[in-house]
Write a protein that binds this ligand. Sequence first.
Ligand code: NOJ
Ligand code: CA
Length: 605
Amino acid sequence: MDLPVLSAQPTAPTADAADAAAADAVETADAAEQAARPAASALSPSTADPLWWRSAVIYQIYLRSFADGNGDGIGDLAGVRKHLGYLRDLGVDAIWFTPWYESPLADGGYDVADYRTINPAFGDLAEAETLIQEALTLGIRTIVDVVPNHISDQHPWFQAALAAGPGSPERERFWFRPGRGENGDELPTGWVSNFSGETWTRTTNPDGTPGEWYLHLFTPQQPDLNWNHPEVRAEHEAILRFWFDRGVAGVRIDSAALLVKDESLPEVPEHPGPGEHPNQDRDELHDIYRGWRAIADSYPGTRVLVGEIWLPEIDRFAMYLRPDELHTAFNFDFLARPWDAHELRASIDQTLAAHAPVDAPSTWVLSNHDVTRPVTRYGRADSSFAFAKKRVGTPTDLALGRRRARAAALLTAALPGSLYLYQGDELGLPEVEDLPADRLEDPMHFRSGGVDPGRDGCRVPLPWRGVHPPFGFSPREASAEPWLPQPEAWAALTVEAQQSDASSMLWLYRNALRLRRSEPGLGDGPLRWIDGPPGTLAFSRGDRFVSVTNLSTEAVALPEHTAILLSSDPLVGGLLPPDSTAWLRTQLPSPHHTASHHTTERNRQ
Ligand code: NOJ
Ligand code: CA
């Protein structure tokens, strides 16, 4: 019989609580831990497992807020390099960087001014290349963000278009149009922005008269590109090659279903049928991604294309995952559902069923830099997520949210496919909802007229150590405060504090990812549901592993098992309490697989 893994957990060192004395405790603790476990092997693209992405755990780094190496209060590449050991020990296979390019940061970097230059606030290209290689030596791949729908209004292309004037070839790379109405002062369409408000901004002619309008599905600082233009296509293919040549293992594609527009610019129908929306999910997109896939496939190892695709129709979503298109796409359906067994079961079933025909692994995403942190979301009476529903001052039970977020972490880590983890979720950080108004930056907040609290609250710099801000985010001699202030209460949530607490969220994640790596049934592969009490989700992976989540209000008995491998909360009298998940070692007979998913040989090297 297997011993419960928790008992084999390395003893967490006692950390010194005082900030000054503990200056390097996090790094020191990492070193002690590293000695206790075999080092991860270096990766080389040509020898690595070509199917790594089907089971990968991918950690999202929001660079401005991960760690500040030079003390200006802004996270940077030096800060990430310093903490690569932390990420290796957490057990992630890849890191995804939100845009790190030259940008005025009108939308946190999703307004790219130059794809081939790193924002000087973060570092430079040579340092990015060094980081990519250093990560590979620790067994960690790098994924970069590409934002093809729009660029910064400071990008040379847009500046040239403004200067060249109406009818110029420079304007054809964008969507410039005369206004409607007698004086051209009415918007060309009534399309509503994803950031609320209008999608067109009027330009001024060189002589000061009102000029043409240009399209921006997001902010005016993010003009939409015209994907019917050959130079737009060629430039993005060159950008892919630029980063693949530097050893990145994949790209995350921003707003991947928005690029193509109906050239006649019709209004959005009330109920658009499949492919009928003038600026979403147009059929022409698939050819673009077939071209990208050919480029990715021309490189050694597997370079993955990961789509950011928010679509209500899951069958349309799955079309992007056909074998010659994207490898995977974020599964936001699960994230949007409330903490409810029926809802989550439906989401899991629908996700697996939609992915099976295209033989793509599903992804599991609890969080990212755009949505309310899970600890906060799951602590609310309505625990579903929708941008339109975000409101300042929604009552929240953080203790309940934390329990559920722990349970959800184990649930999603046990589901088939790859797993995304947003920085700080491994620390159980809540959404920061009381940021001072004068520190907010998110255009979603401002464009909603302040109704939407915006996304700054999930982007607050990480707490690493010590008992006062900046909690080791910046070096002690730092000249500036973190770009967003951290709550004093985060003293209890620092990496250092959690390092010495075996029941912390950090240790839950570390243990879960270590088990996920060693359990042959986890990651990509089939799932078999097991009958359980109402309000529970129980399934087996492989022959001897079962995950049970209790979303009911009563403690429940566990199915027959020989050991508890891990649980998100302690069992009570042998029962699994509400809002918790347990991973079990079982000796089930070889299961009859009800879900037909591609099984891969597991090789995490
Ligand atoms: C999705 C990104 O995740 C978000 O942060 C950004 O604001 C929009 N796309 C626009 O690029
Ligand atoms: Ca910095």
